[in-house]
Design a protein around this ligand. Structure first.
Ligand code: SF4
Length: 400
């Protein structure tokens, strides 16, 4: 069984480092220009250089998205930008336009070109055509591929395939959607999607309000393919992609670490896991700040059960991020806090490359050395004795 690449998103340098430390083989990110997700805190060229250097030190790679759907005026400066990416050490450009793919080949041929999911590739012939005509090295499959589609395309196409395993789904055909354009004048295909599908709507048929609830939403649940990973590995998929360049550092650490352990466990066990082990891995992955999830198209064409019921996302939260170890005081870790916690809480510590460990908070002190029973406010530096070794950058959470 082939060892797949685990490909994680990053919206800034901190999240890029975190993704690599928690087990990503490759990180994809967007520059300030030419990329979708224009609201993500995107990388300057200096940041991209630093990301490449950190990745190289850890045996990882950086992919950069140049995946907007460009209009004529959008090409200005693109050739120079591609050369700069190549010089920075970027291994791959992810493109959604044949024009951009051709420009990568012409101006920055040392980089690979991967065909973005925005091109909605759902068959091997389309991937082969792009490989022959534009020299693409990999196709990121449309999220709308079923497991059978993935198997057939991966078995018969001439380039590697990449499949989404976790994160947001579009209720319209992956980004081929103008809902946001209509509702907010923000172009989804130039990075401005306002996620209008997730809003709450009242539905009328003529003058009569329909529907049983107080509102209706058409947003899709997020994808979680933990149960399908072994089948995707068996199919020979080269890379597993986690969606979410706008997600938090804690989310990136939780999801990357969850899938890292799952994939490694499957490889160690020759391709299959017991139901008990699978449930444990799923539970780990679901400790991240997930919205409601579904298996997407991997279990067939999704029906109404794949729509979100709670657009605020709170319903699926089962753990709270408490903070990240920032420094040490009096020989104890100091947590930069995010959410409230108390003496007596049982806490889970996430450390890169290790299984998670647990302890109960017996005491804690604030910046002035005063003992506290409860930490209520975010962004405080709280000293907490921990009965085992922790390092700066480790994260803590507790269940709800
Ligand atoms: S509005 Fe919803 S369906 Fe449309 S592009 Fe945005 S996330 Fe996708």
């Amino acid at each position: 069984m082939r060892r797949p690449e685990l490909l994680a998103p990053a919206g800034d340098l901190e999240r890029c480092r975190t993704a690599i430390l928690y087990g990503a083989d490759t990180v994809y990110l967007g520059g300030k220009q030419f990329s979708l997700r224009s609201r993500a805190s995107n990388f300057t060229m200096d940041d991209i250089r630093e990301a490449c250097s950190f990745a190289s030190e850890h045996g990882a790679h950086i992919h950069v998205t140049v995946n907007m759907i460009p209009h004529n005026e959008d090409f200005e400066g693109l050739a120079d930008y591609l050369v700069q990416l190549q010089d920075a050490g970027v291994s791959t450009v992810i493109a959604a336009s044949p024009a951009v793919m051709a420009m990568v080949r012409e101006y920055a041929p040392a980089m690979e070109v991967h065909c973005s999911t925005q091109m909605s590739i759902t068959n091997a012939a389309a991937a082969d055509y792009l490989a022959k005509t534009l020299g693409i090295n990999r196709v990121v499959l449309a999220r709308e591929c079923t497991m059978e589609d993935v198997r057939r395309i991966t078995a018969s196409c001439s380039v590697d395939t990449e499949a989404f395993i976790h994160g947001g789904m579009c209720v319209n055909y992956s980004g081929r959607c103008t809902l946001s354009n209509r509702m907010t004048l923000r172009d989804a295909n130039r990075g401005g999607c306002a996620q209008s599908c997730r809003w709450r709507y009242r539905v009328f048929e003529g003058d009569r309000e329909t529907g049983e609830g107080p509102w209706f939403t058409m947003g899709s649940r997020d994808l979680c393919a933990a149960r399908e990973i072994a089948d995707l590995m068996e199919a020979g998929v080269a890379s597993f992609k986690i969606e979410g360049r706008m997600k938090t550092e804690y989310y990136v650490a939780s999801i990357v670490s969850g899938y890292r352990h799952l994939i490694d466990d499957i490889l160690e066990n020759g391709g299959a896991l017991s139901e008990e082990k699978l449930l444990a891995h799923e539970a780990e992955i679901m400790k991240g700040e997930n919205r409601e999830v579904c298996p997407g198209f991997y279990s067939g064409i999704p029906g109404s059960e794949s729509l979100i019921e709670h657009p605020d996302g709170e319903a699926s939260l089962n753990h709270r991020f408490l903070g990240k170890v920032e420094t040490f005081r009096n020989g104890h870790p100091v947590l930069l806090t995010r959410n409230p916690f108390s003496v007596g809480d049982r806490v889970e510590v996430m450390s890169p490359g290790k299984r998670n460990r647990f302890f109960t908070i017996e005491e804690m002190r604030d910046e002035e050395g005063r003992y506290l029973e409860r930490s209520r406010t975010p962004m405080r530096l709280i000293e907490i004795p921990v009965p085992f070794e922790v390092n700066a950058g480790d994260m803590m959470r507790r269940d709800l």
